[in-house]
Write a protein that binds this ligand. Structure first.
Ligand code: GTP
Length: 539
């Protein structure tokens, strides 16, 4: 008993400990993988930002010439308006317009929307603007960097006079773009409210009823603290897109797009194939981030977005990259490898967990079987001698008044001799079943050896025990066994009964010996009978 119990594993507890160990290993390793993934993510973020920065730098250097020209013209313009010694005569506006044919500096009057930023009541007289324009007209061809960025310079007065530049095509586009119903006029961005620093800015101008798009690099012109007009360089959308494409280097999986300060697109996306169209909500989030920092990154589900301001232009460069595109880059390869390693690790962990659990379960089953075999008779499944005495020893202190019935099948040797050992085994199994049926579930049945059985009846005095013995005898006698060869065997048994109450000072073994003596007395008296206390009880 002690040996089997000593090695008895509390299976459920053991399994629970194994589960906990594996969960711990899983969580720890997943955490380590996660940390590594975060490092890769940081690296990826930095590489995206540095790529964006290099494109921004290239764009900035290419746009710098335009912006410098603009600032330069702005300064000359303002100086010229203030200069009382400005050479040349001041002519009437209409007089200048008459000279359109010979000097294509002046455009025509615009149908400007007076209520939307264009005021006819500006204090500064038009003559100052005319002075200034005449002075800067010679610089106009210089400002347009025809080689790098074909552009055109123009001036628009807030008084509603349109004064255009060299290209008749751009003139006509500008005229059309300032339609009274248009809400996208660049004047809005030049107002002191939206541009308190009076900085140059880039913005897109959709030309109504035209295929073209103009990107304006513009700067507000103030005179004596009064905002009087706008000096700008108009670049066609195609040229800006070309500029962006030229600024990208090498093979990139990202798509780049240039936006104005209000995140309206200025160019088509470079890397069109990979382009992801951002929603208004996503652009609003980027705009919020840009208010706090000049550049940053965001992730919208599987799309990684990197953005940064282009200094001096108030425009924003945004690059987008989907997860699939990212996987083609170095950090994507590393991340995919990391995820693969994690998956393999989890699969191996899961497989080893299953294997160990199965091993422990098998060990548990084996142990239970060994334990069962140590205490039971494998033929009849009744308790063996060891199992019987262990169980009854456990029960005896609880039940002072118990009775033992000793049972021995009659002439069993004859069955073996006549019908074979197998038939003898069947008789033993048959007898066990019927004895079991005749007793209560709390009674204990044991096969003590050969064809000898013993029943322990707890809480039972002698008379009740004798009654149970008689019931067993009858049950066996009237339940013949049919053999496979057609023979029918009647099984009888001799039974000896002894109760603890007869000799309260006797041990269990002594009571059993007494029952055994009475059994042999029953045998001597002719078998198939119950014997108790030396007196034969015939049933
Ligand atoms: N088939 C089978 N026979 C067994 C087993 N264990 C013991 N025996 C046989 O049981 C027989 C017992 O015979 P005996 O002790 O002479 O008793 P009996 O023939 O029943 O005669 P009485 O007890 O005097 O009625 C022996 O022949 C044993 O070999 C067993 O597990 N299976």
């Amino acid at each position: 008993m002690a040996l089997a119990n000593r090695f008895h594993l509390p299976l459920e507890k053991t399994l629970r400990v194994i589960h906990l160990c594996f969960i711990f290993v899983f969580l720890l390793t997943t955490f380590l993988f996660w940390q590594q993934g975060k490092l890769f993510n940081q690296g990826y973020r930095t590489s995206q930002l540095s790529h964006l920065e290099s494109v921004v730098a290239r764009l900035e250097s290419r746009a710098k010439y335009t912006m410098d020209s603009l600032r330069y013209l702005q300064r000359i313009f303002i100086d010229a308006m203030d200069d009382p010694l400005f050479p040349g005569s001041v002519r009437a506006f209409s007089e200048i317009i008459d000279q359109q044919g010979s000097a294509p500096l002046w455009g025509s009057e615009l149908p400007l929307p007076l209520k939307a930023g264009f005021s006819p009541n500006i204090a500064s007289p038009a003559k100052y603007e005319l002075h200034a324009l005449r002075k800067i007209q010679d610089f106009f061809p210089l400002a347009g960097d025809a080689k790098n960025l074909p552009a055109d310079i123009y001036y628009i007065s807030r008084q509603g006079k349109y004064i255009a530049s060299l290209s008749p095509e751009i003139n006509s586009l500008l005229v059309r773009s300032y339609h009274p119903r248009s809400k996208e006029g660049i004047f809005i961005l030049a107002s002191p409210l939206l541009n308190p620093q009076r900085q140059p800015f880039w913005t897109r101008q959709n030309i109504a009823r035209a295929q073209h798009t103009l990107i304006n690099s513009a700067v507000p012109i103030d005179f004596h603290g009064e905002w009087i007009g706008l000096l700008g360089i108009a670049i066609t959308g195609e040229n800006i897109t070309t500029l962006l494409n030229d600024s990208l280097s090498g093979q990139t999986q990202s798509a780049y797009q240039l936006f104005d300060g209000r995140l309206h697109p200025l160019t088509a996306a470079a890397g069109e194939l990979n382009h992801v169209k951002l929603t208004a909500a996503q652009l609003a989030l980027i705009s919020k981030k840009l208010a706090a920092s000049a550049q940053g990154t965001l992730r919208f589900w599987h799309v990684y977005v990197t953005f940064g301001m282009i200094p001096g232009t108030q425009s924003v460069l945004i690059s987008t990259q989907t997860l699939r595109q990212g996987l083609h880059e170095d950090f994507g390869h590393f991340s995919a490898l990391l995820v693969m390693m994690w998956v393999i690790f989890v699969l191996l962990l899961w497989a080893s967990h299953r294997m160990i659990c199965r091993l422990v379960r098998n060990m548990g089953t084996l142990q239970r079987e060994m334990h069962w075999h140590a205490y039971h008779d494998p033929l009849t499944s009744a308790r063996n001698r060891r199992g019987f005495f262990e169980k009854t020893a456990q029960l005896s202190p609880r039940y002072k008044d118990y009775t033992l019935i000793q049972i021995d099948l009659d002439r069993f040797k004859k069955v073996n001799d006549s019908f074979g050992h197998q038939a003898g085994d069947s008789v033993l199994v048959h007898a066990t079943q019927y004895i079991q049926q005749a007793i209560r579930s709390k009674d204990v049945l044991g096969r003590l050896g050969g064809e000898e059985f013993c029943v322990y009846l707890p809480d039972t005095h002698l008379e009740a025990g004798i009654a149970v013995a008689v019931r067993i005898k009858k049950q066996l006698e009237f339940s013949p066994l049919a053999l496979s060869n057609g023979s029918v065997l009647t099984i009888t048994a001799s039974l000896g009964v002894a109760a603890h109450s007869e000799h309260p000072h006797y041990s269990l073994e002594q009571i059993q010996s007494l029952a055994d003596e009475r059994l042999y007395r029953a045998k001597l008296r002719g078998r198939n009978q119950v014997c108790a206390d030396g007196e034969e009880t015939q049933a």
